[in-house]
Design a protein around this ligand. Structure first.
Ligand code: AMP
Ligand code: MG
Length: 412
């Protein structure tokens, strides 16, 4: 008979992904203070102020094309070219009747000009210019305030400052931005079998991959990673790591030792040191998860299997960190629905996060599994572009069915 720990059986005591996420997000309080940083040092921070435009953007009408600028009310027909406007070098003269100017993209459009004809539609002979297209008022002119009017919120408080957002802040001329502090996230891996990189492996040892993945994941979120190394499966060592971490960090992550094996001490220690709940999660990969507080720090005990570590990070830790960093919603990975290119093998009972790749077909994008789907097989995850989120109750999913897809590409 199957037991409660059978990989494929539904455990009624286990939390669903949605229930766990709700509890975790409810515990993520936004930051209580902010600091001022140079714009170039504010990447991946969260904005702690509304950035308003002082002037319209763009501030003045400018040409969208390289061509000739003219006044439509002069009527159809050719014009005499009397000057030029370049980006950074406005035309300062006046436009008489029947006259035009050479004008380049980004150059200010003089008050006398209400139409720019792209140079591909112009014929120039000495100072005479003929036009092969109709002259329309407003054509190829970017009006002042096209992008944003004066006094508008260009970037709202709670915006994660990715490159384009920094570009908007820079376009306002801001040298400094008020942002929330980077979260200090301490992390360590547990396991007597773990060996550090560069050292030979003794019998039964494996290299510690989780810690290096966590460092990279945290770095992409703009967190300050505090690497506490590998910790043996010994209560005293884990107690020391947790105490040290709680004193220096806002958030603590550990991997491994969180289930009910004989060398799994995390549970007992956390009950001694803090307020922590242990959940069996109704998901695959990533069955056990611990969440709570130690002192003023929040704690996540992630499962040790490397794929489980990353999937639980994306599903629970990342949304928690984003909210805690001060970012406004959404905190979860965006998802879409795509047809699956092949049948997806699954047993009913748990939400399955299978690793997938996007496939371009004549009918559009589809999604296909990549690599073996066991939670210790990291190579498939390294090739994956997305997670296919298969509902708990579902069994095998026939090819062509629409499945939920969470894109991992380009995630911060
Ligand atoms: P645990 O959660 O401690 O029971 O570990 C589950 C599985 O994940 C075991 O096969 C461990 O050897 C493996 N594992 C735990 N921590 C790591 C790590 N940091 N890097 C690679 N594999 C790990
Ligand atoms: Mg272990």
């Amino acid at each position: 008979m199957a037991t409660c720990c059978d990989d494929n059986e539904h455990d009624p005591a286990a939390k669903s992904v949605a229930e766990a996420l709700e509890i975790i997000l409810a515990a993520a309080s936004p930051p209580s203070h902010s600091e001022v940083r140079a714009l170039d040092d504010a990447s991946d921070r969260v904005l702690a102020e509304d950035l308003r435009t002082e002037q319209p953007i763009p501030a003045w009408p400018n040409s969208a094309m390289d061509g000739y600028g003219l006044r439509c009310s002069d009527g159809p027909g050719d014009r005499r070219c009397v000057g030029a406007a370049f980006a950074g070098h406005p035309f300062t003269g006046e436009l008489g009747p029947g006259e035009c100017i050479r004008i380049m993209t980004g150059a200010p459009v003089p008050a006398d000009v209400d139409c720019v004809v792209p140079q591909e539609q112009c014929e120039r002979q000495d100072d005479r210019v003929e036009f092969r297209s109709a002259l329309r008022p407003g054509a190829n002119i970017r009006q002042a305030g096209d992008d944003l009017p004066a006094g508008a919120v260009a970037l709202a408080r709670g915006t994660l400052l990715r490159p384009a957002a920094l570009g908007v802040a820079a376009s306002l001329g801001r040298t400094e931005l008020r942002v929330y502090p980077a979260l200090r996230v301490a992390f360590f891996s547990t396991g007597d079998e773990l060996q550090g990189l560069g050292a030979p492996l003794a019998a039964g040892q494996i290299y510690d991959s989780n810690r290096h993945m966590l460092r990279a994941l945290l770095g992409r979120l703009g967190c300050q990673p505090l690497d506490l190394g590998r910790v043996a499966d010994e209560p005293a060592a884990i107690r020391q790591a947790l105490t040290e971490a709680a004193a220096m960090a806002d958030v603590i992550l550990s991997t491994g030792g969180v289930s009910v094996g004989e060398a799994d001490y995390i549970s007992a220690l956390l009950q001694e040191l803090g307020q922590v709940s242990f959940w069996k999660m109704n998901m695959k990969p990533g069955r056990p998860l611990a969440f709570g507080t130690i002192g003023s720090a929040h704690f996540f005990g992630l499962p040790g299997n490397p794929v489980s570590t990353v999937v639980t990070f994306y599903e629970f830790v990342r949304p928690f960190l984003l909210k805690r960093m001060g970012k406004t919603e959404p905190w979860t990975v965006p998802s879409l629905r795509l047809p699956c290119a092949t049948t997806l093998k699954k047993k009913p009972g748990r939400t399955d996060f299978q690793r997938g790749r996007l496939v371009a077909t004549a009918e559009g994008w589809q999604v296909a599994p990549v690599g073996a789907q066991s939670s210790h097989i990291l190579s498939g995850l390294a090739q994956a572009q997305c997670l296919m989120v298969l509902p708990a109750e579902a069994g095998d999913i026939p090819a062509g069915s629409l499945v939920e897809v969470q894109l991992l590409e380009g995630l911060v």
